[in-house]
Ligand binder design. Structure first.
Ligand code: HEM
Length: 148
């Protein structure tokens, strides 16, 4: 069995467990706290710069269609936060299949997302709530085998 880094994955779970006590209930409150679609778009733009500067993950993103990635990740986070968006990108399993995304890389991207949210003044409860929405995506992104 593979050893898991007990860093951000553990943080995710901790956040998940403490959510009911901390966070406002309605999903749309999360969407508002993120600054609606335009706020999310700015967070993703900030995230893109941070990915490019992070040697742990930058090589994986070399040559991608940046506008498409920006649009689709923005719509995905918008939808996950309860906003009125439609995600029209590929499903997480197919898009990351064969990339060999590691646990460390997953955590690195999440770390940069947290920094981007900090930069945009997103309150901690909202950061935690968005991260909790990403937890179910983990197994569809990390170590997904290449498609036949
Ligand atoms: C919370 C974690 C992550 C989320 C929510 C996420 C989400 C997404 C989304 C929405 C797309 C766009 C799909 C499309 O355009 O159809 C995408 C593409 C991509 N992701 Fe991720 N991702 C995550 C982690 C990672 C990690 C850790 C890596 C690699 C280090 C990675 C590498 C890529 C690459 C290279 C693409 C572009 C693929 C292409 O356009 O051909 N992702 N991801």
């Amino acid at each position: 069995m593979r050893a898991h880094t007990p860093t951000l994955t553990a943080l995710f779970l901790a956040a998940l467990m403490t959510l009911p006590a901390q966070a406002p209930a309605a999903d749309s409150e999360l969407y508002q706290a993120l600054g609606e679609r335009s706020g999310i778009s700015t967070i993703v733009k900030d995230l893109l710069g941070r990915i490019a500067d992070d040697d742990r993950i930058a090589p994986q993103f070399k040559g991608i269609d940046v506008r498409r990635f920006h649009r689709n990740l923005t719509d995905q986070l918008c939808t996950l936060s309860g906003g009125p968006c439609t995600y029209s990108g590929k499903d997480m399993r197919s898009v990351h299949a064969g990339m060999g995304v590691t646990e460390t890389q997953f955590n690195a991207l999440v770390e940069q997302l947290i920094r981007a949210m900090e930069e945009e003044g997103v309150p901690t409860w909202a950061q935690n709530q968005l991260l909790a929405e990403l937890v179910p995506l983990h197994d569809r992104i990390v170590d997904v085998p290449a498609r036949e």
